[in-house]
Every structure is written in C-alpha cells, then in structure tokens.
Design a protein around this ligand. Structure first.
Ligand SMILES: Cc1cc2nc3c(=O)[nH]c(=O)nc-3n(C[C@H](O)[C@H](O)[C@H](O)COP(=O)(O)OP(=O)(O)OC[C@H]3O[C@@H](n4cnc5c(N)ncnc54)[C@H](O)[C@@H]3O)c2cc1C
Length: 388
C-alpha cells in the first residue's frame, strides 16, 4: 500500500488547484482521476468573472474572448443592457485550462494517477480503494469528485442537481463583447445563455430542473425562434449537471474534506462553480497544511467554520435572489424587467452588478427602494429582512 499525506479524488480544476497548493508546501500528494484524460468531455460554458485572475493562475492563452456586458431578456423580450468600460468576464478554453491546472499540480510535485476510479474511502483511517484493486493510504482524503461525489455520499445524502445542456454553434454576425441571458419561469431558477467565443462561434445553453430530454427540446425551441441564431449551424452538443447549492452540506468528516462541485460550492444564482471552488480550494489547503504540520487532523473542522464565515452571507443573499426568481411567473418576470427599465436600473446594474457577488447590487436596490417597486410586497419584505 502506498502512503501519502493527501489523496485528492478527482483532477477537475478544483482538485488540481488544491493539490498544487498542498504539494507546493512540500507534502506528498496524489491525485486519483477515473478518466484517461483530464478535462474531457467539456461540461462548461467557460464564463468566468474578471476576479478569476486574482484568484487563480489564468494565462492569457486560455482566454478565447473578453466580455464587456450582457443583454438580459425577459420572457416577452423586454431587454436590459448592462455594460462595463473594461472586460467584466472572460470566456475560456475550459478543456485546455483543466489540463493546464493538472500539469501545474504535477509540476508542483503532486503525482497524478489517471484511469484510477476511487470506489470507496475509509474516512476514519484515510484508506482509499481504487477499482483496479490498488489501496492507498493518506492522512487526509479530498473529495474533489464533482456533482455526483462518491466521497460526499459517505457522510451526506445524495446531492440534487440541475441538468445543463449546451451547443457549440457557428453563426454569422454575432456581437462578440456581450452575452445574452434569458429568464423564463418554465426553467427558472435556471436560464438560457448565448456566450460568444469569437465573431462566428457561440456556446448556447441552459440549465434547469427539467429532465434532459425536455431541456434539450426547450433549448432547441429557443434556438429556432431566436433571430440572432438564424442560419446558425450546430457543431457539438454537451450535457452536464450543476449541483444545487446546499447550505447544510457537511464538508468535513474525520479525515475527509470536500471541495468544488462535490461540496456544492457553486453560485446559487448562476450555478457557476469555478470562482467559489478555487477560493474554497485555497481555504481548505491552508487548513489542511496546518493540520499536517501539527499532525492533528481534528483541526480540519476549521474549514467548515471558516467557509461559513467567509462565504455564508453572500451565499445566503444569492439563495434569496434565486428563490425569488423561482417564485415568479412569466408575467411577473416581464413586470419586473419593465419596472427595472422604467427605473433606469440598467445604469445601476452596470455600476453595482458583479458576476460573482450579487449582494452589493441587492443592497443598493434596497437602499433606493427599487426592490419594493419591482417585486410583490411579500417577496421584497423577505429580501429586505436579510439585511436587518
Ligand atoms: C453546461 C455547464 C456549464 C457551466 N458553465 C460554467 C461557467 O460558465 N462558469 C463556471 O464558473 N462554472 C460553470 N459550470 C460549472 C463548472 O463546470 C463546475 O463548477 C466545475 O467543473 C467544478 O469543478 P470540480 O473540479 O469541482 O469538478 P469537476 O470538474 O466535475 O471534476 C471532477 C473530477 O473528478 C473525477 N471523478 C469523479 N468521480 C471520481 C471517482 N470516483 N474517482 C476518481 N475520479 C473521479 C471526474 O472524472 C472529474 O475529472 C458549468 C457546468 C455545466 C454542466
């Protein structure tokens, strides 16, 4: 049996990032990945808020496009245009980026074992059982094994997920600086998106609670009706799942910890998981390094406490926004968009809106009383109570 300080299950972007941090501190790290190749198939729209550059390494070569704003569409096509002077987000080559992060972990000293599907983990003594019969022992085992995490299921109930479907399409004359986002009650709190990669390529997708077949049909209906996608060609279809953020998730138990999608560390409003996942990988690695240094895995519990302290309030606000959207029908969504337009909220959203944190915008809307005019009274009271 091989012995390690840390065994990371899954070499997705979050597991590789965490492995890099811990290996850099001189600890013996192994990454166990069930697939033969890292990063494939693509299961991402690849849109990352500009903060990403401060959060993780992102070499320019992986940035395919820069985004300056968004067109937000209501069900009946009231459109809000939100824009920034500087790039607000990047569209990245996710497959190449995942492979880069994995290589960086290896460069930092971690060992990567591909084609190693972990079947079970003993969270009490750190033994890891691989499908090929190998057994590995580690002081700490990290579940970075995505939305359907086996490690998470050892001490949490099965996670709930949204279905996500996406096409890569070639199209003519697309405005490459802006993304399109469309809200519809049938798929809420999910939404539809068009994300330009270049002047002639877009990722068109949606996530929702609809089953896969219905979601695919809904997306195809949207594409066929959309004037911007006229004369477009389907190039590839992708399918994936997005975990529903679970505030009750236990992310540490004995010698096991969870990060990324395995911990449901996604933005409740958009389902985006990279920014929060990277931040949590950093947090988890710091606690883990301390625990390994003093040879006391009991302090791993600190990761759960610090996670709540650092991100709890923002995640709670986003859950409220998410629940609010979920409760609105198409007519109410249309009403909300036209009220926002009337209130000149496009400028306000442009100024306070941020891809990763929504609480500054919600706070400002509350301060100006806009929330009360756009939402039914009961809902606006619920949101404002968050700030009391
Ligand atoms: C269609 C779609 C669009 C998205 N768009 C965006 C976006 O624009 N921006 C954004 O920030 N996020 C987006 N996301 C979410 C983002 O892709 C995830 O949050 C991110 O991939 C999470 O990374 P991870 O490393 O936690 O998990 P994953 O990327 O899922 O990696 C988990 C790894 O673990 C491996 N694994 C699983 N089980 C085992 C096992 N038993 N043994 C060994 N290995 C195992 C898997 O093979 C995989 O390599 C999107 C998701 C989908 C589905």
């Amino acid at each position: 049996m091989r012995n390690y300080d840390v065994a990371v299950v899954g070499s997705g972007p979050i597991g590789s990032t965490l492995a890099r941090y811990v290996a850099k501190e001189g600890f013996k790290v192994v990454i166990l990945e069930k697939k033969r190749n890292v990063g494939v198939p693509l299961q991402c729209a690849g849109l990352l808020g500009k903060r990403i550059k401060k959060i993780n390494i992102l070499p320019q070569e992986f940035i395919m496009n820069e985004i300056y704003g968004a067109y937000l569409h209501s069900p009946s096509e009231t459109i809000l245009k939100v824009s920034k002077k500087d790039p607000e987000a990047y569209v990245i080559d996710r497959v190449a980026y995942d492979q880069f992060l994995s290589d960086e972990a290896v460069q930092s000293g971690a060992q990567l074992l591909l084609n190693h599907r972990v079947e079970s983990v003993n969270i009490h003594n750190g033994e890891v059982f691989v499908r090929n019969g190998e057994k590995i022992s580690a002081q700490v085992v990290v579940g970075a094994d995505g939305y359907n995490s086996m490690v998470s299921r050892l001490f949490n109930s099965a996670s709930e997920n949204y279905e996500a479907v996406q096409y890569l399409m070639s199209v003519k004359g697309v405005e490459r600086d802006y993304v399109h986002v469309k809200a519809e009650s049938q798929i809420s709190p999910g939404f539809l998106w068009i994300i330009p990669i270049s002047d002639s390529l877009v990722r068109v997708g949606m996530f929702s609670s609809l089953p896969y077949k219905e979601a695919s049909a809904h997306l195809e209906g949207y594409i066929q009706k959309n004037p911007q996608l006229k004369n477009s060609t389907y190039l590839k279809k992708y399918h994936g799942c997005i975990p529903i953020f679970n505030p009750k998730k236990q992310i540490v138990k004995k010698r096991a910890i969870l990060v990324g999608d395995a911990a449901s560390q996604v933005k409740p409003t958009t389902g985006g998981g990279l920014t929060l996942g990277f931040l949590c990988a950093k947090l988890a690695s710091e606690v883990m390094v301390k625990a390994l240094e003093i040879e006391n895995t009991e302090i791993l519990q600190k990761y759960q406490t610090l996670y709540g302290k650092k991100f709890g309030k923002e995640l709670k606000t986003q859950r409220m926004v998410h629940k609010t959207f979920q409760s609105l029908n198409d007519a109410e969504l249309d009403f909300m968009f036209s009220k926002l337009k009337e209130e000149d909220a496009e400028d306000l959203i442009s100024e306070y809106g941020d891809m990763d944190t929504q609480s500054p915008l919600v706070k400002e809307m509350l301060r100006r009383g806009i929330i009360f005019s756009i939402l039914p009274q009961l809902l606006s009271r619920r949101i404002s109570s968050l700030w009391k």
